[in-house]
Design a binder for this molecule. Sequence first.
Ligand code: NAD
Ligand code: G6P
Ligand code: MN
Length: 451
Amino acid sequence: MKKYILAVAGGGSTYTPGIIRSLMDRLEDLPLSEIRFYDIDGARQAKVVVAAKAVIAEYTDSIVVTDTTDPQTAFEDADFVFAQMRVGKYALRELDEKIPLSHNVVGQETCGPGGLAYGLRTIAPMIELIDYVEQYAKETAWIVNYSNPASIVAEGVRKLRPKARVLNICDMPVATMRNIAAILGVERDELVVNYFGLNHFGWFTRIEVDGIDRLANVREHVYQHGLLTEDVSKIDYRHADSSWIKTFKNIKLIMDHFPEYLPNPYLQYYLFPDHIVETSNKDYTRANEVMDGREKTLFETVEKFEETGILEDSFAVGVHGTFIVDVTVSIAQNLGKRYVVMTENNGTIPNLPADAMIEVPAFITADGPKPEFVGDIPYFYKAMIEQQLASEKILVEAIIEGSYEKALQAFTLNKTLPSAKVAKAVLDDLIAANKDFWPTLKKEYKEGSLV
Ligand code: NAD
Ligand code: G6P
Ligand code: MN
C-alpha cells in the first residue's frame, strides 16, 4: 500500500501531539513513511516534537520524523500538509481579546475585531505556505487547513490562490455533534446533519438518527441544560474548561430567543455581544486560560518526559484530531465521505453570493469537497450571513489593497461593533498592537472629526 509523506505547518502547536495520536490510530487507513514538522519558531517546535515522537514511538519505529524551519526540507515531495499556524502566537491572541474588551466590545480569537485582527495577520503567511507547497510538494498535494480565522483565510485563499488545493476545516461542527450525540445517547457517526452558514457562523437545521429528525429532542434538552449532558465528563478535555462550558450553556440563551435551528456556539458573540462583554473578565481572557492550561501542561509534560522517560499526558484524541484525519483519509482514498467543511458556494445556497466561502456538508473526494445542495435559506439567516460575509470580504480587500478605509468598513459592518466611532477606536488600537504583522493600511481621504 502507498505510504504518504505528511508535513505539519505550525508543528509547535499545542494540538500537535493529539493530532499525531489520531494519525497513529489510523495508520492502516493513512499509512505514513514520513512526518515533517515545520514552524518558524524552531525552539518551540523542538519541545512539542519531543511529545510527538514519544506518541509515535508507542505505535511504530518505521516513520521518519523531521523537525525543521526550512520549507524545502519540510515540503519536498509531501502528499499532505496539515496547517495550524497561529500568526503572532498567544501574545497577539491576548491583545486581540483584551483590546476590544477595553472598549467594551467582544474580545475573541476569531469573532469580532479580534478575529479581524487575526485575519489581517494571517493571509500573507498562509499565501506564503501555499507557494512553498506549490514549489516543493507533489502536484497532487493537499493542504488541510485549521489555521484561523478559517473563514477569512478561506476567502483570502479563494481570492489570491484560487487554484490551490486547500481544504479549510473547523472542529466546531463536529464538537457540537459530539455534544448532541452524548445528549441523544448515540455515537457521533450515527448523526446525519444538515447545516448552513459561514465558519463560526452557522446553524444545524436537521439532526437525523436512523432517518428520523431529532432536532426537537435536542431543543427540549437545550431548554434545560444548554448543549451539555448532565454529566459533563463526556466532553473532551479542551472543551471542559470553564469558558467552553459557559459557551455550550449559552446555546440555551440563543435558542430561547431563536428556537428554529441549533446554532453554532460562536453565534453568541454576534447575537449577544453586550451580554458577552458583561460576563467577560477584561484582565483574564481565554488566551490566559490556554497559556496557563493547555500550553503550560504540554511543556511541563515534555520536561518531565525528558527527565523520567514517562509521558504523563496521553494526549487523548479529541474531535479536533479525529476530524482532520477523517477528512484526509477521505481525500487519500477518494471515499467521498460527507463532512461539514468550507467550500465555495457556487449555487449550493442559491440566495447567497456564488463566491461566498460557506460551511455546509460536502462529500470529500480526491478532487476536494463536493457540496450537497442546500437550497434558499430564510431571510433572517441570509441577512445575518450577508452582513458577516461583507465584513470578511471587505477585510480581505483591505489586506490586498492596504486600505484603511476598507478595514474600517469591515470593522463597522461586524455585528459585534456598536458604531463606526467604536469601530475606529478599536481598529486604531489594533493597528498599533499589530505593527509588526499587518500590512500598512493607507488612508486615501483626509480624516474628519465628530462634532
Ligand atoms: P499555538 O500557538 O500553540 O501553535 C501555533 C504554531 O504556529 C506556533 O508554534 C507558531 O510558532 C506557529 N507559526 C506561527 N506563524 C507561523 C508561520 N508563518 N509558519 C509556520 N508556523 C507558524 O496555537 P494553537 O492554539 O495550538 O492553535 C494552532 C492553530 O490552530 C491556530 O491558528 C488556531 O486558531 C487553530 N485552530 C483551529 C481550529 C479550527 O476549528 N479551525 C481548532 C483549533 C485550533
Ligand atoms: C474551537 C474552534 C477553533 C478555535 C478553538 C479555540 O475548537 O473551532 O476554531 O481555534 O475552538 O480553542 P481554544 O481552546 O484555543 O480557546
Ligand atoms: Mn473553528
